[in-house]
Design a protein around this ligand. Structure first.
Ligand code: ZN
Length: 233
């Protein structure tokens, strides 16, 4: 059994479509989404619709919650806040209630899926380094936990000894971002987890960045949100 794990789509339809095409071309049993389906990008409704149409189970992200009024944006950056307000003003009621109903965690076959961190998943803590990750291993029982939230692909192992997912250790793995990568590589990012082999493989996918960026400008969203897609930061 293999699972493709996608996260942080952020209303970027072009990136989501290219990513799903890439997953379709492989022999993968299922796809799981780690949330932040909306926020920042110009196509929140189309992205939610595609996730629903494909029956992709998803957990809730902080942007999904902010858009549906479940989370205050007072701790958001100015960019994130203005994007959340714009998204709230355009998203359909049906899609907003779908987002509001998403769970904090999903567990499947010795893998846990959560947006930010397995401890206090409703707090949206950032796991940026080994110290941040160390606080989380006691909070879950599975061998591996997949997270998003920082938009930076990374691997943390329980005893700090390895950056390569392999049997005999427990891992927290950040899958990177489909719709707004921030690791300097502007291509969409996702990974595939092989449950039997207990291994992961990252993939990067080219997509029509200019189209996604020009829609952001046309929607009246901040120019910076278009620029960061072009730069991957
Ligand atoms: Zn995000």
């Amino acid at each position: 059994m293999k699972t493709a794990v996608i996260s942080d789509i952020h209303g970027n339809l072009e990136a989501l479509q290219a990513t799903l095409e890439s997953i379709d071309a492989m022999d993968i049993g299922r796809t799981v989404c780690l949330g932040d389906i909306v926020g920042y990008g110009a196509d929140p409704d189309a992205c939610v619709e595609l996730i629903q149409k494909r029956n992709i189970p998803s957990v809730i992200g902080n942007h999904d919650m902010a858009v549906t009024g479940g989370l205050s944006t007072e701790n958001f950056s100015i960019l994130a806040r203005s994007a959340a307000e714009w998204t709230r003003s355009v998203i359909s009621k049906e899609h907003a209630s779908y987002l509001a109903g998403l769970p904090y965690t999903i567990e499947r076959d010795d893998a846990l899926f959560v947006h930010s961190s397995p401890d206090l998943p409703n707090f949206f803590r950032y796991i940026l380094n080994q110290n941040d990750a160390a606080l989380s291993f006691d909070a879950f029982d599975t061998g591996i936990c997949f997270i998003g939230h920082t938009h930076r692909p990374s691997v943390f192992c329980e005893d700090g000894s390895s950056a390569v997912v392999s049997k005999g250790n427990r891992f927290i793995v950040n899958v990177g971002s489909v719709g707004q990568p921030r690791d300097g590589d502007r291509r969409a990012c996702f990974l595939v987890f092989d449950h039997e082999q207990f291994s992961i493989e990252y993939f990067r996918v080219d997509y029509d960045i200019e189209s996604a960026a020009s829609k952001i400008i046309a929607a009246g969203l901040p120019q910076k949100l278009a620029d960061r897609l072009r730069l991957g930061i």
